[in-house]
Write a protein that binds this ligand. Structure first.
Ligand code: RTP
Ligand code: MG
Length: 140
């Protein structure tokens, strides 16, 4: 079985940065064996977020999601590894941190204090096409 080396875009969302979890999240990525190829802290513009989340435009959670993502700095990482696109999403856990499995970033570190589902600490690209598009957006 081949294990293609891929790159993915990981974002540490404003809740992760505000809660001082940047180091813990990057530690988990590195501990898995993935490479941090590039890293930057960004205060994302609405235009960048609209492009990033274009697939969700018109959905009920779109506006709250954009507002949340604008609410503070985000750490963007270009991460490389064998099947890292799927692998990072597995490391992150399911979208809703309330039900994400223990051992995952969202399951271990996500909160269940009535906070909104978008406050789920991280983003990871979901396909090679998405990864290429998103890496171009965040890293040019
Ligand atoms: P991500 O894109 O952030 O890696 O997360 P994902 O694939 O697991 O989730 P996706 O369906 O792409 O949704 C993108 C982000 O929108 C927020 N969301 N809120 N029902 C809701 O209120 C809702 N659904 C999704 C989350 O922040 C999710 O990560
Ligand atoms: Mg997604």
């Amino acid at each position: 079985m081949t294990t293609p080396v891929e790159e993915t875009l990981v974002l540490i969302k404003p809740d992760g940065v505000a809660r001082n979890l940047t180091g813990e999240i990057l530690r988990r990525i590195e501990a898995k064996g993935y490479q941090l190829v590039d890293l930057r802290m960004v205060q994302p513009s609405r235009d960048l977020l609209a492009a990033h989340y274009a697939e969700h435009e018109g959905k009920p959670f779109y506006e709250p999601l954009i507002e949340f993502m604008e609410s503070g700095p985000v750490v963007a990482a270009r991460v490389a590894g064998n099947r890292v696109i799927e692998g990072f999403r597995s490391l992150a856990g399911t979208t809703d941190p309330t039900t994400a499995a223990p051992g995952t970033i969202r399951g271990d570190l996500g909160r269940d204090w009535g906070l909104r589902v978008q406050q789920n600490l991280v983003h990871g690209s979901d396909s090679p096409e998405t990864a290429a598009r998103e890496l171009a957006l965040w890293f040019g």
